[in-house]
Design a protein around this ligand. Structure first.
Ligand SMILES: [Cu+2]
Length: 124
């Protein structure tokens, strides 16, 4: 065994780790970005599901979710946020804003009208 072999092995392991991180360590939750008006804004892509499906926000500050529905499949035409009494139609191919102010920390589900597509709001 020459001096190069261990270096090749270490480089190989590092490369495998990097590939795994790239494909499997995508952030699971997206934190809302603070906006000048004080609202926490997150864009949510709607296409066979919600992306991101987990959204982190802070309690006590207004939240504005901008749902962009990129499909015409009927399943996603309504989004429900029962915690805040919201049932919002989402016309296809336009951005629809949903606003609410989470009062208490916790995890609250949002779904399509038939509860098939699911996401959650994590209030901290
Ligand atoms: Cu549905």
């Amino acid at each position: 065994m020459d001096a190069v072999a261990p270096i090749v092995t270490v480089a190989g392991i590092a490369l495998i780790a990097a590939v795994n991180l790239y494909f499997f360590a995508r952030p699971r939750a997206v934190a809302a970005a603070a906006e000048t008006g004080g609202a926490q804004e997150v864009r949510v892509r709607v296409r066979g599901g919600y992306d991101p499906a987990t959204i982190e926000v802070e309690a006590g500050r207004p939240v504005r979710l901008l749902f962009l529905r990129e499909e015409t499949a009927g399943c996603s035409d309504t989004v429900l946020l029962p915690e805040w009494g919201i049932a919002q139609q989402l016309p296809a191919h336009v951005e629809t804003a949903v606003t609410f102010t989470p009062a208490r920390p916790g995890t609250y589900e949002f779904t399509c009208g038939m509860h098939m597509l699911r996401g959650s709001i994590v209030v901290k």
